[in-house]
Design a binder for this molecule. Sequence first.
Ligand SMILES: Cc1cc2nc3c(=O)[nH]c(=O)nc-3n(C[C@H](O)[C@H](O)[C@H](O)COP(=O)(O)O)c2cc1C
Length: 190
Amino acid sequence: MVILVGYASAHGSTREIAERIGGRLREHGNSVDIRSLARVADAGVYDAVVMGSAIHNGAWLREGSEFLRRNCEALAARPVWAFSVGSHAGLGRLGWWMIAHAGDPKGLAEFEPDFGPRDHHRFAGAFYRRHTSFIGNVIFRAMGGRYGDYRDWAEIDAWAEHIAAELELLQPAAMPKAGASPLPAGANPA
Ligand SMILES: Cc1cc2nc3c(=O)[nH]c(=O)nc-3n(C[C@H](O)[C@H](O)[C@H](O)COP(=O)(O)O)c2cc1C
């Protein structure tokens, strides 16, 4: 299958998660295109789409939500998985409570009913003091936040494996394996 693993990332941790997921899907024999969602012209050229964005102020990054707006119809016609990357793992109890009650990030939530992702997973990302403003730092600290890289690679791998298994089930039984002739034995291709 030809799969897009697209990302919207401000500081690289979401991109690295997308690269990890894409690498896993390749190991299962898929042809995987890993690229920024800002650089995807048409999601309709892929058999399936896995896409994710960093969360900023409760919302997907603009290139993520603009990708959804541009490609909503194409996404509705193929299997789609979404992931969001936030700093919840570095937060204290108050932060956890706020995230748990926040719902899906804006920019994704509005489009979800239109294309119906098979799953939306929230991963912990990496967040450092240099990534945020003075006010952002005050708010993060007030929520009990601690900076760091909280990515859980085992969790990311497990999610990618789950997608790979679902994709294998979606392959039409009659679909030939790579390199095999799509024609019945003895058929004349002319
Ligand atoms: C300006 C700014 C706002 C953020 N707002 C949120 C937020 O609302 N919720 C959240 O869970 N994480 C928030 N984060 C944390 C990032 O989403 C997290 O660090 C993520 O891993 C960043 O991904 P990236 O490295 O791909 O840019 C924010 C980070 C920045 C820099």
